[in-house]
Design a protein around this ligand. Structure first.
Ligand code: MF3
Ligand code: CO
Length: 260
């Protein structure tokens, strides 16, 4: 069952998504060598609660933290830990959700820790660009496969791996709604996109092989070959002609640009 949202509901969803972006921007100020991922989790949870929302990841199927922090070969759903200290040259994906006014916001951004290698910078650039290639396809009349095909084609042409085991999703009152939004697929296939559908597009792209393995914690996913992965996510509302992006990377990137 795919729930279509009214214009009013989309505005409430936007508010939750913008709070995600603002929280990511707060974390952008802190991400540097020596910081632990647990410190990031604490700051994020406090910021979310101070803004009248709650972190729905906490307690979701037993997930123990407010945010997901995935460093280097960790792909998604890394659990923040005081043992995980960021170091120069790392990359870290931060994926977080907020629940406000009954709607869940969801977005993710991959950050550099200090100066990173040209190879990793390219991975981040291509992954983020592929997200926008996917978003271009999120218009009324297209199909879910058009989104995945655009992401896959862009990343594979660049020589990167496209994760299959984890996918994007519908979003609304629940963090995960129908439909699934894979980052691979065939043009013209899958569910039809209609105005009022709200979905999260979230390419998870690897430097090497596309296969994942799970850590013993049951959550953290890693690349099977130990090479780095990147992850960017936006929540969007499907419209006629052009998707409406509900989260906002410019809030994060303004912070990043002012740090340098
Ligand atoms: N944004 C993540 C996702 O869509 C949120 C996961 S929270 C967790 O998968 F609790 F499942 F970790
Ligand atoms: Co998501």
């Amino acid at each position: 069952m795919i729930y279509l949202k009214t214009a009013e509901e989309i505005e409430l969803l936007r508010e939750s998504c913008l709070l995600v972006s603002k929280t990511l921007a707060e974390l952008a100020k802190l991400i540097k060598p020596g910081v632990t991922t647990l410190q990031l989790d604490k700051v994020a949870e406090e910021f979310i609660r101070d803004n009248g929302a709650t972190p729905p990841c906490k307690g979701y199927c037993g997930y123990p933290a407010a945010i997901c922090t995935s460093v280097n070969d960790q792909v998604v759903h890394g659990i923040p830990s005081e043992k995980q200290v960021l170091k120069e040259g790392d990359i870290i994906s931060v994926d977080l959700c907020t629940l406000k006014n009954g709607f869940v916001g969801d977005s993710a951004y991959t950050f550099c820790v200090g100066e990173v290698s040209p190879e990793l910078k390219r991975l981040l650039t291509i992954t983020k660009e592929s997200l926008f290639k996917g978003i271009e396809q999120a218009v009324e009349g297209n199909r879910i496969g058009d989104i995945g095909n655009a992401v896959q084609d862009y990343c594979e042409t660049a020589g990167f791996g496209v994760v299959r085991e984890m996918v994007g999703h519908g979003i609304g009152h629940k963090m995960h709604e129908s439909p699934e939004v894979p980052n691979y697929g065939h043009r013209g296939r899958g569910p039809l996109l209609r105005t009022g559908m709200t979905i999260c597009i979230e390419p998870m792209i690897t430097l090497g092989r596309k296969e994942l393995c799970f850590d013993e914690d049951g959550w953290t996913t890693r690349t099977i070959d130990g090479k780095c992965a990147a992850h960017f996510e936006h929540a969007v509302a499907v419209c006629r002609g052009k998707a409406d992006i509900l989260s906002d990377f410019s809030i994060i990137e303004n912070v990043l640009n002012n740090l340098n």
